[in-house]
Design a protein around this ligand. Sequence first.
Ligand SMILES: NC(=O)c1ccc[n+]([C@@H]2O[C@H](COP(=O)([O-])OP(=O)(O)OC[C@H]3O[C@@H](n4cnc5c(N)ncnc54)[C@H](O)[C@@H]3O)[C@@H](O)[C@H]2O)c1
Length: 314
Amino acid sequence: MNIQERKVGVIGCGFVGASSAFALMQSGLFSEMVLNDADRAKAEGEALDISHGLPFAKPMKIYAGDYDDLMDCSILVITAGAGQKPGETRLDLVKKNVGIFKSIIPEIAKRNYEGILLIVANPVDILTYAAVKLSGFPENRVFGSGTVLDTARLKYLLGEHLSIDNRSVHAFIIGEHGDSEIAAWSSANVSGIPLNDFCELRGHIEHDESMRRIAENVKNSAYEIIEKKKATYYGIAMSVRRICEAIIRDEKSILPVSSMQHGEYGIHDVSLSVPAIVGRGGVERVVSIELSPEEKEALQASADTLKKVIGDAL
Ligand SMILES: NC(=O)c1ccc[n+]([C@@H]2O[C@H](COP(=O)([O-])OP(=O)(O)OC[C@H]3O[C@@H](n4cnc5c(N)ncnc54)[C@H](O)[C@@H]3O)[C@@H](O)[C@H]2O)c1
């Protein structure tokens, strides 16, 4: 089926799917959006509610649909799956959500879908790997939101710490979207100025303490939000919008999405986040950033953690 560039689908319309759909509606990137959920009434309700904002945005068709309606979407955003319960790690979710993916991905694969699968449900790295294997699609077309959200949290916190526009902060969280993620401090900078130099410019000299505190804060953000309001969804919705923008506008933006690894960082046969060029074809290629020996070791450990889960769960 011919892909409609300006048509997007969202599979799973819970907190994350509905918020992402709301953000996508406001983005003006698409002229048509199909919402799909195992609970059809939920998808219909969200489609109606979101449509009522259209007079304040740009014209577009938004409706609930089934797999056949999704097949000419340029991007399918997959958020279907249970969320983390308080105290539960993302990896605890794995068996439940792999089961859900085993019902969704073959439906898409058997219809020879030709667009991009953007995986958002958790554990996102494991589910991206599962989606690649279950679909058999080219790997550039199947990737996860990965640490795009964690990286946004890092930039936000550094922006606050330094009292600076967080968009001027260049820094990545890499590895697993989860407990073994790594703040790649050695390449972090503010508009080209090494991070520690910029910190000193702003009167901060306790570098190790600040880095430890901020990285922990990023890692624990999801737990804290879930404890307080049961789910996280606005930050991820904006991350989904940003990734879709990079694809639809063929921006070739460098984003830390979760993609299949083939040795760029000495890591193979696992999907995790490292900076990658994202454009119309999906993930064009992974790029190598300078990592310290400790960061390299931590990235390898993160890959090993994920591989163990893949071994146990798939
Ligand atoms: N990647 C990230 O950064 C990130 C951030 C936040 C949440 N998440 C993850 O996103 C997922 C969704 O979270 P949520 O809070 O929206 O959960 P939720 O329970 O509110 O929504 C999940 C939705 O999926 C639907 N669903 C289940 N099986 C389905 C199927 N086979 N087909 C279609 N729909 C199906 C459910 O009916 C439900 O509406 C979770 O796995 C969560 O951990 C990821």
